[in-house]
Ligand binder design. Structure first.
Ligand code: S3P
Length: 173
């Protein structure tokens, strides 16, 4: 299993960060959280970047963080939910590794995310409605980049991670 990075994509609340940690530990690879990289690069939390730079400003930094993974030690990378929005990002994900789509429903995502203050796109009382329309708009994009699709609803992070690892074995065999 040595064909570049393993990218976890999917909607907010799909469990990408937690599952990435479990998969990375099992595969003995570094674990990279793209949102954390962006926050470290700009010395601000995601919510502040959205507030000060706007969503496009955040997306620019997200694309830059993704680009910087080229040539790095193969890692397990938890991507922000919107990474698939830009064509250039989708092309880069495909080129730099294997893409795993972690599936969650909008209802489950909102329930899991809880305090949506850290997810500015789901903030406020309209968060639930926003989740439904955002997920509907993105579903096809997630599937278009995915080499592997894993359902997360009603399953623990460990169960999801175990399936990811076994599917990767088959895809990368
Ligand atoms: C976003 C998802 C967030 C974060 C930002 C935008 C999105 O990451 O990148 O708030 O557009 O779906 P998570 O998917 O890790 O919550």
């Amino acid at each position: 299993m040595n064909r570049g990075h393993v990218f976890l994509v999917g909607f907010m609340g799909a469990g990408k960060s937690t599952v990435a940690q479990v998969v990375a530990a099992a595969l003995q690879r570094p674990c990279v959280d793209l949102d954390s990289q962006i926050e470290a690069g700009s010395h601000r939390p995601v919510s502040q970047i959205f507030a000060e730079d706007g969503e496009e400003g955040f997306r620019d930094q997200e694309s830059q963080a993704l680009t910087m993974l080229e040539g790095q030690t193969p890692a397990v990378v938890a991507c922000g939910g919107g990474v698939v929005l830009r064509t250039q990002n989708r092309a880069l994900l495909k080129r730099l590794g294997t893409v795993v789509y972690l599936v969650v429903t909008a209802e489950e995502a909102v329930a899991r995310v809880g305090d949506s203050a850290t997810r500015p796109l789901l903030a406020g009382s309209a968060g639930s409605l926003a989740a439904t329309s955002l997920l509907a708009a993105r579903e096809g994009l997630y599937r278009s980049v995915a080499d592997v699709v894993v359902d997360t609803v009603g399953r623990t992070s460990e169960q999801v991670a175990a399936q990811v690892i076994s599917e990767l074995d088959e895809v990368e065999a």
